[in-house]
Ligand binder design. Structure first.
Ligand SMILES: Nc1ncnc2c1ncn2[C@@H]1O[C@H](COP(=O)(O)OP(=O)(O)OP(=O)(O)O)[C@@H](O)[C@H]1O
Length: 269
């Protein structure tokens, strides 16, 4: 049942703010009867344009499920997901695939680049699939590779460059079509601390300079400290929501404190 606060919040947002994403009362259940797992339990979230939001929580709390359901990679059992005014639950399979390609960007822990293509070809792939004009594709690829300082690596293959460089190429590919929102699931999970810092600086630059809206799932408080807002999930529900006040270092301290309160998750770092 919706509480008064939930109804007021919905009315307020309908009147005043056009969110990039609204997830309303989402439930996701895996399995049946004795094996039933409620991975998301009546979960609601709103993400404004240009926001950089981090999702944290202990292992199995529902972080990846949330990212998958909000981005249309998986279906919710109930609730609605509205992205740029489109209810993605109402799209058929083909419409959803096209919507995702045109409006959403994805970055994963595994870089998921194609080994048979150069970095430039990998990065241009979403534009090739959209049958864009070759010259404009190359110009856009150059622009985005320069932003991530990998233009000089454009003819190299993924197996020729470091993990951090591969992830920079994967992020460039994810944002080349200027998605409404970038979904990143543990983007630094396969990187050492030096490469993590580099990647987070690029993701932050993209958020600040291109105004990209980003939702990032992470276990890493350092990575989360780059966000404007961090939410913690426990048992498929929102447990803590924190806004960045002050600088990254202060926010890191706040996040570590919240992690220690949320049931020993600090041990998993
Ligand atoms: N395909 C699936 N089938 C059955 N149960 C699943 C499936 N995917 C996830 N779950 C369960 O749903 C719950 C939430 O899982 P989810 O992967 O979203 O958590 P998480 O917070 O991302 O975990 P981690 O940090 O370990 O990646 C867990 O109890 C998990 O075991």
């Amino acid at each position: 049942m919706k509480g008064v606060y939930d109804i007021l919040r919905l009315l307020y947002h309908k009147k005043n703010i056009m969110n990039v994403l609204e997830g309303n009362y989402i439930t996701k259940i895996y399995g049946k009867e004795d094996n039933k797992v409620v991975a998301l339990d009546d979960f609601s979230i709103e993400i404004e344009e240009g926001e950089f939001i981090g999702v944290m929580g202990s292992s199995g709390s529902g972080k990846t499920t949330l990212l998958n359901v909000l981005s249309g990679l998986d279906n919710a059992d109930s609730g609605s997901i509205i992205i740029n005014g489109n209810n993605i639950g109402e799209l058929n399979k083909d419409e959803l695939a096209l919507f995702k390609r045109r409006n959403l960007g994805f970055v994963f822990q595994e870089f998921k680049l194609l080994d048979s293509l150069s970095l430039q070809e990998n990065i241009m792939l979403p534009m090739i699939l959209d049958k864009r004009e070759p010259q404009s594709m190359k110009l856009r690829a150059k622009e985005i590779m320069s932003l991530f300082d990998i233009y000089k690596l454009k003819d190299k293959y993924p197996w020729n460059v470091s993990g951090g460089q591969q992830q920079r190429a994967a992020i460039a590919r994810a944002v080349i079509n200027e998605p409404a929102i970038l979904f990143a699931d543990e983007p630094t999970g396969n990187l050492d601390s030096k490469s993590t810092r580099v990647i987070m600086n690029y993701i932050s630059k993209m958020n600040k300079e291109l105004g990209s809206t980003i939702l990032m799932v992470t276990h890493d408080p350092f990575a989360a400290s780059y966000c404007d807002r961090v939410i913690f999930i426990e048992d498929g529900k929102l447990s803590i929501e924190m806004m960045k006040k002050g600088d990254k270092k202060n926010f890191l301290g706040d996040i570590i404190h919240a992690l220690s309160l949320s049931g020993g998750a600090v041990d998993e770092i």
